[in-house]
Ligand binder design. Structure first.
Ligand code: F6R
Length: 361
């Protein structure tokens, strides 16, 4: 049942604090097994992370975290493209396949190819004993509870939390992260359910009113750098799939190499800034868009006070670290897509042309 919510998607957005706590408790219940998986990843020569759609975006975040904190070479690659990148994959490599349903054919094929080449395969799924976990060497589950809405929401945050937990511990094991820092980051994951609940409480009404500003737009750019990029990709995907607005995510620095030609008076550009380092780099990109009359919106940490004066609509977020920012800063994007869809008169639970599980390629 929808538990009093108008749509499953909204219910599942609100279930995220609970989903995250379920993911965290299942990780601590299986701590020895998780530890053995951490050690395997820590010893890998190279890691490929693959998935489709929203699962790929969670994988992209994990790839950035493993690169940055654990000093491992990680390639994030969309599963339907993975076959073109497998030529040199071998026994010392690990392929992590992420799939909420565990049934996406493109991701399954990537797993089969990786195994054929001798790589160790790790599946991350929300559905117990689905095909991808069954065919992989190792299976980890997000345990976020069943997701009914076609647009993935709570399973994304659960994936990001599980992957963040792995990345912190891989870094700890490789001594690229101090023990005290690792403990701090793990504790910050434990605070996420409360933080997500606060974000939902504080922003829902405001995001619903921002949806009024973009409901009649035909296009939008979602721009970010670093961790802000996969969050932009996920925000754009959500807006496309349920609100049917053409939304394109781009690395903010790349936007001036072509896409900016489309920007005219009122064209929405939505910037996602995950940290102050990203903020420093992105200011000039915001200025460029502003100079062309773009309707600029920014999702950013509240300590970057000057961003408020720079943009038309500012969504000031609680300050997060690299391991919590994914699960936290995606919430306004999910709400924006949801309310824009509803205000445009669509049913976000029944996006046209889409199925929850994609078993054809
Ligand atoms: C987006 C969405 C799809 C899925 C994709 C992968 O909201 O639902 O893009 O993320 O089809 O599905 P799974 O994770 O089941 O492999």
């Amino acid at each position: 049942s929808k538990g009093g919510y108008r749509h499953y998607m909204l219910k599942e957005i609100h279930e995220q604090p609970y989903a995250v706590s379920m993911t965290l408790s299942s990780l601590s219940e299986n701590i020895e097994y998780i530890d053995s998986v951490v050690k395997l990843i820590a010893k890998a020569d190279r890691v490929i992370i693959t998935g489709a759609g929203t699962s790929f975006h969670a994988g992209y975040i994990a790839a950035l975290l493993l690169n940055r904190y654990a000093d491992i070479f990680v390639l994030p690659i969309i599963s339907s493209e993975a076959m073109w990148w497998m030529n040199s994959v071998g026994e010392k490599d690990i392929v992590i396949a992420i799939s909420q349903s565990g049934e996406t054919i493109d991701t399954l094929k990537a797993v089969r190819e990786a195994r054929r080449r001798g790589a160790l395969t790790i599946a991350i799924s929300n559905v117990l004993d689905s095909t991808i976990p069954r065919e992989s060497d190792i299976a980890l589950y997000t345990n976020a509870g069943p997701e009914i809405g076609v647009a993935a929401t709570k399973t994304f945050t659960a994936q990001v939390v599980l992957l963040s937990y792995l990345a912190i511990n891989v870094a700890r094991y490789r001594n690229t992260l101090r023990e005290s820092e690792a403990i701090e980051y793990i504790n910050s994951l434990k605070n996420l359910p409360t933080q997500i609940r606060n974000v939902l409480n504080i922003y829902e009404a405001r995001i619903a009113s921002i949806a009024n500003e973009i409901r009649d737009k035909q296009n939008a750019f979602f721009l970010g750098r670093g961790l802000g990029l996969p969050l932009s990709m996920e925000g754009a995907l959500k807006l496309k799939e349920i609100a049917y607005i053409h939304a394109e995510a781009y690395p903010a620095g790349e936007s001036k190499h072509g896409p900016i030609a489309l920007v005219e008076e009122g064209f929405p550009t939505i910037f996602t800034i995950a940290s102050s380092v990203e903020g420093e780099l992105i200011r000039s990109n915001i200025e460029e868009m502003k100079a062309r009359g773009s309707m600029t919106i920014a999702v950013y940490p509240k300590n970057l006070e000057d961003i408020e004066k720079l943009v038309r609509i500012s969504i000031k977020m609680p300050i997060a670290n690299d391991f919590t920012v994914g699960a936290l800063y995606i919430v306004p994007h999910q709400l924006l897509a949801y309310y824009t869809s509803v205000k445009r008169g669509f049913d976000p639970d029944k996006p046209r042309n889409l199925a929850k599980t994609v078993t054809v390629f």
